[in-house]
Design a binder for this molecule. Structure first.
Ligand SMILES: [Zn+2]
Length: 312
């Protein structure tokens, strides 16, 4: 699976650049978030989960939190919060794993979640098998997929100020629905047929794809360069309304829930100090303002809401 985010990615960057409080992302942060965005779309496209796939990185360096959320229709939003100086050319570990406490979480939040039901979450450390700090988010996610799905996966990711792109190669199960060939087959038979070698060869070819190629070449050219000796069957690309695009899910009601969850005392304190409650959406930049009357309305005649707590 190959993804190339252009308009969607530029939209995310432009919204951040327009935020007068934060300004644009520094280059290393932009690269990290772009690679996460491409990976999130690939993972959602791959598992086709009926709910949001949320990819998060919790950092202990200048980057505190990176979030990419991809819906089943491939609409997505992404944001990164940064405190402190990001040096030019900062590596992944310098951004998010300075004190060995950085981690990455993948959450699957079902669309029709029952009250009290928790989303599924997998957390992976930012270290390799030999305890070394990983310097590519692709390696972190390859680890996750091998652990969670027991499927060999190769991920190649890249992002600049125009494009966030990725290539995902996954070894499909030989049996069951996951098998594209549609025929039950055995592991021994697969080995006998040399299909293990096939995967290794395709994995090595995929890893030879350079960052620059992934960012600048179209899908046709990339596939031809990598796999010109392989028989290829291509699926229709998903573009426009059927493809990945930026969309934010914030709205006034959700922001109201979040404000209500702060409690009367806290909200009254904010109003006494600032005259109103103002909340900005980190994903799209929308500003929500609640004057004293709006804010008081949040606490009257409404049942206490246990699910509140997050704008996003
Ligand atoms: Zn928003």
């Amino acid at each position: 699976m190959l993804v190339r985010l252009t308009d969607a990615w530029q939209d995310i960057l432009a919204r951040r650049a327009a935020n007068s409080e934060t300004g644009a992302y520094p280059v290393p942060v932009r690269q990290l978030l772009g690679e996460m965005a491409a990976a999130g779309v690939l993972m959602q496209g791959n598992i086709k989960f009926n709910g949001a796939l949320v990819l998060q990185i919790f950092g202990d360096g200048p980057v505190k939190l990176g979030v990419v959320e991809v819906q089943p229709d491939l609409s997505l939003r992404a944001t990164c919060s940064q405190l402190g100086e990001v040096t030019e050319g900062a590596s992944l570990s310098q951004l998010v794993n300075v004190n060995n406490e950085g981690r990455c979480a993948i959450t699957l939040d079902p669309q029709d979640r029952l009250p009290g039901q928790q989303p599924y979450q997998g957390v992976v450390p930012l270290f390799g098998d030999r305890g070394e700090k990983l310097e590519n988010i692709s390696e972190v996610l390859e680890h996750y997929m091998l652990q969670s799905e027991q499927l060999d996966t190769v991920l190649v990711l890249a992002a600049d100020d125009q494009v966030a792109a990725g290539l995902l190669i996954q070894r499909l199960p030989v049996e069951g629905e996951g098998n594209l060939a549609g025929k039950a087959d055995s592991v021994e038979r697969e080995a006998a047929l040399g299909q293990s070698e096939d995967f290794s060869r395709i994995a090595i070819l995929s890893k030879s794809l350079k960052r620059e190629e992934l960012l600048t070449l179209d899908a046709e050219t990339i596939l031809h360069r990598l796999f010109w000796e392989e028989p290829l069957a291509r699926f229709e690309p998903l573009i426009g309304e059927t493809g990945p695009r930026f969309a934010c899910r914030c709205n006034r009601e959700r922001v109201g829930h979040m404000i209500r969850s702060l409690g009367t005392e806290e909200v009254e304190g904010i109003i006494a100090e600032q005259g109103q409650v103002e909340v900005g959406c980190d994903f799209c930049g929308a500003q929500y303002r609640f004057d004293p009357v709006d804010a008081a309305g949040l606490f009257t005649g409404l049942p206490a809401d246990a699910s509140g707590g997050s704008v996003h």
